[in-house]
Design a protein around this ligand. Structure first.
Ligand SMILES: [Zn+2]
Length: 292
């Protein structure tokens, strides 16, 4: 199964962007040791983030953040226009029975909160938030597009649970009106988009972007295709630069009190050990040498 994005133009001057993030969601689960409901909601967040990223020009990033009063507490997703995504759930250990139907995520998300989108387009940042009301990732993304973006858009995101795999398939689809697009046709598509995505995932055990596109929008010609992967931008060099920015006094304090430390990346859970030798090196770079 391959994660990816496919985009197409359909009748009525409507843009379709469809993504499968099954492997990325499984990788996020493995890295952060997520229980089922945390994994499922972060997977939806990754799908949402990748869809938002797919609307951006190249070289830009978007952040999709949900903060909520339910037991999940929220999640944070960072995605690029090129298909890289990463993220974490605020409560990794959520495993509860969810009911059926559109309101089933309320048990995890609660009754209130915010969905925020930050777009980093090189020199400038744009941030906007909407209050959670639908209490589902796709439903509140719909509201984000209606209220903040004011571009007619419909979003559906679904996670198929298989008997042996909670993240059987994770996919999302977004339909957006381009200038002079047929908003009425978009509304009609929007009424059944969620149901049809769910059905398509049931029909296609090996859910792929092209397979789902063909079922949801028969005859649609893909205009852009690219792979999606869980990928983090952290590195040992970045960690060392951050450590250096703590300054000599704080680094010396770590030497004196702990002797070594470790830094864990919030996004990908990679843990990097900072040894006493590393700390001495950092202090030396700041002009502090150790007494023999
Ligand atoms: Zn990382």
């Amino acid at each position: 199964m391959a994660d990816g994005v496919v985009r197409a133009l359909i009748e009525g001057n409507l843009l379709v962007s469809l993504t499968v993030v099954t492997e990325a969601a499984r990788e996020a689960r493995a890295r952060h040791k997520l229980q089922s409901v945390s994994a499922s909601l972060l997977g939806q967040g990754l799908a949402g983030g990748v869809l938002l990223g797919s609307l951006q020009k190249s070289e830009s990033r978007i952040n999709l953040q949900v903060e909520c009063d339910g037991p999940l507490a929220g999640f944070f997703v960072d995605a690029t226009a090129g298909g890289d995504c990463r993220g974490y759930a605020k409560n990794p250990g959520l495993e509860i029975e969810l009911g059926e139907g559109p309101f089933r995520w309320r048990a995890a998300l609660g009754n209130s909160g915010f969905l925020s989108v930050l777009r980093d387009v090189g020199e400038e940042f744009y941030r906007s938030s909407v209050q959670l009301e639908a209490m589902s990732v796709a439903g509140d993304l719909d509201r984000y597009f209606a209220i903040s973006d004011q571009v007619p858009t419909r979003v559906a995101i679904d996670v198929r649970h298989d008997a042996a795999e909670v993240l059987g398939a994770v996919a999302g689809v977004l339909v957006q009106s381009l200038p002079q697009g047929d908003v009425k046709a978009l509304e009609t598509i929007g009424q059944t988009l969620s149901t049809r995505l769910t059905q398509a995932l049931q029909h296609q055990p090996e859910a792929t972007p092209l397979g789902l596109l063909a079922e949801l929008f028969p005859g649609a010609e893909p205009t852009i295709e690219y792979p999606v992967a869980f990928r983090c931008t952290c590195s040992r060099e970045r960690v060392m630069r951050t450590m250096l920015s703590l300054g000599a006094a704080e680094l010396q304090d770590i030497v004196d009190t702990m002797g070594s430390t470790a830094v864990t990346c919030q996004f990908c859970a990679t843990k990097r050990e900072i040894t006493l030798g590393d700390l001495f090196d950092l202090l030396a770079q700041l002009g502090v040498t150790q007494p023999n």
